[in-house]
Design a protein around this ligand. Structure first.
Ligand code: PHE
Length: 449
């Protein structure tokens, strides 16, 4: 199929950036930055991005392009004994995709609420609780979000994924800049800006580094098979090294902008620093609607904001679904549309417990967690660090980094070859063990990140 390649370098970069830029950038990065000393955190994050993040992403894309296979086949094609890494990695999107669509549905609900002019309703925390503890609504919004993803993926790599990302990603950036600029004009916002940008080196700590590594890893969509899959659609003449740089600039730029949008605006809200220390759903669906309602033209800011969050979530869920569909196609030989319908229905069924986990099924807990939290825990805190660690060991000590370097040099010479070697063999494994331990401990609230 001719369609199974990105048609242009920019199409590839925007699609990979579309995957990278997601809810993590919007609802976790600003919170971590606020918590760990603003500029200090930004600095740590930046250094890690150009070293650790760079090497990990480079490896995944190179593995994909070298083998031209889905995540299931890719590792086996390089070395039969390590085929299992592909299977383990392939499991991650199968687990994440369903619950990601549940959250995508929540975003859709808020977007609809704001567009319908009912932003005032969203101000009370009960509105959110009422919504997620319901039955029909969370399931209906989940369905619409999942169906939208499936339709785009069904159109294929060029006509679906590439087209959608080329359209949505630039709009997302423009909207973010607008909201950030407007937010900064609100009285009191500048104080928040200073808080965000001024380094507070007193907050430099082991936890800050651990949190930054974990965030970066998730934000770049690593260890989910996504970058391997997208890499397999990349042309040989495109330079992987420059693409990775640009994807990282995009992802970090959006995370930085998210901080610019969220920290100063939340600051204007009674100068309430405490509200900054929430992340995740409560920041997005409870704190922010409150902040918007206190702002002049807040309803409009809310509309633009939730549309951009929707775009960010959609382009990420596209990459998740594509990774699953590529596996299904490779294993069954089905046509793309069939693979999409089957994957869509299967994922919808798997998503139901997460969608109903706060309402009808709220009595059911797994190791003390709701379904959604449990799936999130298994994939993000356990499987992903393990997959990435195995990948580094495999590439560093069995396949050898020269094989990756060869793939990178297909177009131009590999500039950061030496740095890459050291990171994959020594630095990344240490970081990954740290992520694994800290994220498990923080999931059980033994430490707080
Ligand atoms: N990278 C995304 C983010 O920062 C997370 C993500 C992408 C999760 C794709 C799943 C799939 O939010």
């Amino acid at each position: 199929m001719g369609d199974k390649k990105f048609s242009s370098k920019i199409g590839f970069i925007l699609s990979a950036a579309g995957s990278a830029v997601g809810l993590g950038n919007l609802w976790r990065f600003p919170y971590l930055a606020a918590k760990y000393g603003g500029g200090t955190f930004l600095l740590i994050y930046l250094i890690l991005t150009v070293t650790f993040g760079f090497s990990m992403m480079l490896t995944e894309i190179a593995i994909g392009r070298k083998t031209g296979k889905s995540i299931l086949g890719a590792y086996g094609a390089l070395n039969k004994k390590f085929k299992f890494i592909g299977y383990l990695s392939g499991l991650v999107p199968v687990i994440i995709f369903p619950y990601y669509c549940v959250i995508g549905g929540w975003v859709l609900k808020y977007m609809a609420t704001f567009i319908a002019g009912e932003s005032e309703k969203a101000v009370s925390a009960d509105y959110f609780t009422g919504f997620i503890t319901g039955t029909a609504q969370p399931v209906a919004f989940l369905f619409v979000f999942l169906a939208a993803t499936a339709v785009i993926v069904a159109f294929g790599v060029q006509k679906g994924i590439e087209k959608a990302n080329k359209l949505l990603m630039p709009i997302l950036v423009v909207m973010m800049v607008l909201v950030a600029v407007y937010g900064l004009t609100v009285p009191g916002a500048l104080e928040g800006l200073v808080y965000y940008l001024k380094p507070d080196f007193g907050k430099f700590s082991f936890n800050a580094v651990a949190a930054a590594v974990g965030q970066l890893f998730y934000s770049l969509s690593l260890a989910m098979g996504i970058m391997v899959t997208y890499g397999s659609y990349m042309k040989k003449e495109d330079n992987i090294e420059t693409c990775v740089k640009q994807i990282e600039i995009f992802d970090t730029g959006v995370a930085f902008l998210a901080g610019l949008v969220i920290i100063p605006t939340v600051f204007t809200f009674n100068g309430d620093k405490q509200s900054l220390l929430t992340s995740g759903p409560s920041l997005m669906f409870i704190t922010l609607p409150k902040v918007f309602s206190n702002m002049r033209l807040g309803w409009l800011v809310g509309i633009v904001f939730f549309i951009l969050v929707f775009f960010a979530a959609l382009t990420s869920s596209i990459s998740l679904m594509e990774t699953i569909v590529a596996m299904v196609e490779e294993k069954t030989g089905w046509k793309r549309v069939t693979a999409c319908i089957v994957t869509g229905l299967f994922s919808f069924a798997l998503a139901l417990p997460s969608a109903l986990g706060f309402g009808a099924l709220s009595g059911v807990n797994i190791i003390g967690m709701s379904f959604l939290d449990f799936f999130d825990f298994i994939s993000n805190s356990v499987l992903m660090p393990i997959v990435a660690l195995l990948m580094c060991i495999f590439v560093g000590y069995f396949l050898k980094t020269s094989a990756i370097a060869e793939e990178i040099s297909e177009s131009e010479s590999f500039k950061r070859r030496k740095l890459y070697d050291v990171i994959i063999k020594y630095v990344a494994p240490v970081f990954l063990v740290i992520i694994l331990i800290t994220s498990i401990l923080s999931s059980f609230k033994i430490i707080s990140l």
